[in-house]
Design a binder for this molecule. Structure first.
Ligand SMILES: NC(=O)c1ccc[n+]([C@@H]2O[C@H](COP(=O)([O-])OP(=O)(O)OC[C@H]3O[C@@H](n4cnc5c(N)ncnc54)[C@H](O)[C@@H]3O)[C@@H](O)[C@H]2O)c1
Ligand SMILES: [Zn+2]
Ligand SMILES: [Zn+2]
Length: 382
């Protein structure tokens, strides 16, 4: 079938709307009519070249081109076709996309760590995760698909392992956001930082991920949730999501956090800025208390390897630094669970959506993200 999608033709270019030809769904595959897609910063990392190499760089390494690529890894929609052997979904089911597929059988899936599923590695290989064939084309050209989802497309041809069934009366906006931003931010606080009742938690960067780290910390019972963002709009929003204090910079926050904790500093610090750099680690670790934890959720440039860190302080103060993907949760549990908390009224999801765009307005949406105008922007499909 034919569909329309936002495509990147190389690093550093704008999104272009293209007509895409999708093959019929093969065994284990489905076609989803996309309803809402979220504009996460991770797609911006592909555009900026933090998380992808240009076709010229790939060719210099003797590798096949990474572009064109259909974008988008946060979204929700409705199943409109199923291939042979699909056992978990039927036509008409509502689904939320999972940027890490879950096979249910590998060591990680079998031990409650679906965010580490072995199928996740296949997301960076060419072709479908089911059988490796290339099933998306633009004219005569094969195209890659971000996270094997491509939510910036009116229709998605995907493996059933990449989709999580949700209750069909839930609105698609919230269902799209729990697919990446909410699960990652909330899980960064609850699963990875393991925030405990009464703790002091610092969240650095209040975008779609950070706002949910604030919500997660609050729901886990933190006594203080301190949000840091240079933009006033973000700091105001952080208060709506449960922050107790806000600061414009880490420099400004550092002495205040020491004072309010009687010199102990924060139990947990979570980095959710747009792009993390190695120079941020030492100042972030400086506000972690003895025995406390720093969680790094933000994505860095994939070639960056230098980090500023006091190794003396790390060992002698018994601290830890943890990375996280998908907030260290299990997509098949966390996505429906977050939606249940939304249904109960304890998790705010509608409030995360600042602006809606059509597919054709995607570049405008990403410019608004760069300008700090959105907690989350979403594409709403017809
Ligand atoms: N680990 C994962 O599984 C995972 C999943 C999704 C997104 N991410 C990453 O999380 C990060 C955040 O994504 P997002 O969609 O929320 O981005 P966003 O652009 O919506 O928000 C980033 C926020 O950080 C703020 N900021 C930038 N520099 C800052 C600084 N020095 N101090 C304080 N605040 C600062 C910005 O003003 C903005 O409000 C990105 O790197 C994204 O790629 C990681
Ligand atoms: Zn994302
Ligand atoms: Zn698995």
């Amino acid at each position: 079938m034919k569909t329309r999608a936002a495509v990147l033709w190389d690093v550093g270019q704008d999104w272009k709307i293209e007509e895409v030809e999708l093959d019929d769904p093969g065994p284990g595959e489905i076609i989803v009519k996309t309803k809402v897609a979220g504009l996460c910063h991770s797609d911006e990392h592909v555009l900026q070249g933090d998380m992808a190499m240009s076709n010229e760089q790939m060719s210099a390494f003797g590798l096949p081109p990474a572009f064109p690529m259909i974008g988008g890894h946060e979204g929700a929609g409705e199943v409109i076709a199923v291939g042979d052997g699909v056992s978990t979904l039927v036509v008409g089911d509502h689904v939320s996309a999972s940027f890490i597929p879950s096979c249910g059988r590998c060591r990680w899936c079998a031990t409650g760590q679906q965010n580490l599923c072995d199928l996740g590695a296949r997301v960076f290989e060419p072709g479908m995760i089911t059988d490796g064939r290339v099933a998306h084309h633009i004219g005569g050209t094969d195209t890659a698909v971000l996270a094997k989802l491509g939510t910036f497309s009116e229709h998605m041809l995907v493996s059933e392992d990449s989709m999580v069934k949700i209750e069909s009366d839930l609105p698609f906006g919230p269902a799209a956001l729990v697919s990446c931003g909410v699960a990652t931010g909330w899980g960064s606080a609850v699963h990875r930082a393991e925030v405990q009742s009464g703790e002091t938690v610092v969240v650095i960067g209040v975008g779609g991920i950070g706002a949910n780290a604030v919500q997660g910390a609050k729901m886990a019972g933190a006594r203080r949730v301190i949000a840091i963002d240079p933009l006033e709009f973000k700091r105001e929003k952080a208060m709506e999501f449960g922050a107790t204090h806000t600061f414009a910079s880490l420099e400004e926050a550092t002495p205040a956090i020491a004072e309010m904790t009687w010199g102990q500093n924060a139990d947990k610090v979570i980095i959710t800025v747009g792009l993390v750099e190695g120079s941020m680690i030492a100042p972030a670790m400086a506000i972690v208390r003895k025995g406390g934890t720093l969680v790094v959720t933000s994505i860095a440039n994939m070639m960056a390897t230098d980090v500023q860190l006091s190794l003396f302080d790390l060992a002698m103060m018994n601290k830890q630094i943890k990375g996280t993907i998908f907030g260290s949760g299990n997509p098949r549990f966390d996505i429906p669970n977050l939606l249940s908390m939304y249904r109960d009224g304890t998790l705010k999801l509608d409030e995360l959506i600042t602006n809606s765009y059509t597919l054709d307005q995607i570049n405008e949406g990403y410019q608004d993200m760069r300008d700090g105008r959105n907690i989350r922007g979403v594409i709403v499909f017809d």
